[in-house]
Design a binder for this molecule. Sequence first.
Ligand SMILES: Cc1cc2nc3c(=O)[nH]c(=O)nc-3n(C[C@H](O)[C@H](O)[C@H](O)COP(=O)(O)O)c2cc1C
Length: 293
Amino acid sequence: MQGHWSDPGRRIGRMNPSQKTGREIIAAARPGSLSAFPEGESMENHSASTMHAFPDADRAAVYQAIFNRRDVRGQFLPTPVPDDVLSRVLMAAHHAPSVGFMQPWNFLLVRSDAVKQRVHDVFQQANDEAARMFPEGKSEVYSRLKLQGILESPINLCITCDRSRSGPVVIGRTHIPTMDLYSSVCAVQNLWLAARAEGLGVGWVSIFHEKALQEALAIPEHIVPIAYLCIGYVSHFKDKPELEQAGWLPRLPIDDLLYFDQWGNREAGQDAPLCDALREMQAGIQQDQVYPR
Ligand SMILES: Cc1cc2nc3c(=O)[nH]c(=O)nc-3n(C[C@H](O)[C@H](O)[C@H](O)COP(=O)(O)O)c2cc1C
């Protein structure tokens, strides 16, 4: 922790007296810790910054969904998912942002055991290949990881991207064609978060030969399968990512990932208190499981 604070690569400190320190930024974020208006803030500015914010409990619920979301592989229960619940999470996905509003997704719902088995076979082949791709040591660890819950989860869902959905020229995708793929990913994330709020686990399975997955699901060649998801109620949600718990990779320090104005520039300047706040917040999460709310 101390090493972080004294990292010579950053300039940490209060750049001007009215600027909040990282500690003050975090304190201000804690419910009940704020005076009427934070120091140096006018009533107008304060109301502009809060008037569209959700009430505290609702805002906390959004963060709760984000920080408690997990990729689930092994804890699925056979409990059926009612249609009203499923309809809400699908509708959340359908309300994702999309480039040019092209809504390039389809939702292919899989309940058939036979189809699930076909997809599982496709996974198994790719997973055996994958195990051989890692160096000695990691390969054995890889083989012990459970990386899907295709057969155990009551619902499988493939979210796709139709790259021709609204014709060849799409607002916003004129110069970077992959924007449609990213739009479908937004739909996945919306569904994932909504599912967490509903108490549903979601696991993303991506270890497939794309063509084999398309064949297993009769997906036409021009439709890209973006995410194959396993969905269902779960015995429990893990506190941390399984890959973090298994020692595969740690969560990276967010302030190592933050640059200023130019790629690679880590001179925080006026954003030094922001870096402090992020560092402190991440320490709180990693050490004490205290999450922003
Ligand atoms: C694009 C994408 C593909 C993924 N593919 C797999 C997968 O094939 N198998 C798996 O077990 N997890 C997969 N995951 C889940 C990640 O391993 C997981 O999100 C990450 O370890 C962090 O854990 P968390 O989601 O529980 O926070 C995938 C996640 C993403 C975003």
